[in-house]
Design a protein around this ligand. Structure first.
Ligand SMILES: [Zn+2]
Length: 67
């Protein structure tokens, strides 16, 4: 539980910009503040930079883990 919270914290703390990164894939449901996030490395599709609001509008949720 603490590890999970720490991961979320790291993900949030990496946010210095207003945009987030999403993997444009039918199976991708997370948005990432860090473009280097391990979750994005698994992306075999296009990585797209969008606004946080746009990511939420597309039903993406916050990334659960970050390197
Ligand atoms: Zn992430």
């Amino acid at each position: 539980m603490k590890a999970l919270l720490l991961s979320i914290f790291l993900c949030l703390s990496a946010n210095s910009a207003k945009n987030v990164y999403i993997c444009v894939s039918p199976s991708a449901k997370k948005y990432h503040y860090n473009k280097l996030c391990r979750g994005l490395k698994n992306c075999t599709h296009t990585i797209k930079e969008v606004s946080l609001q746009e990511a939420k509008d597309l039903n993406y949720s916050i990334c659960g883990f970050e390197d």
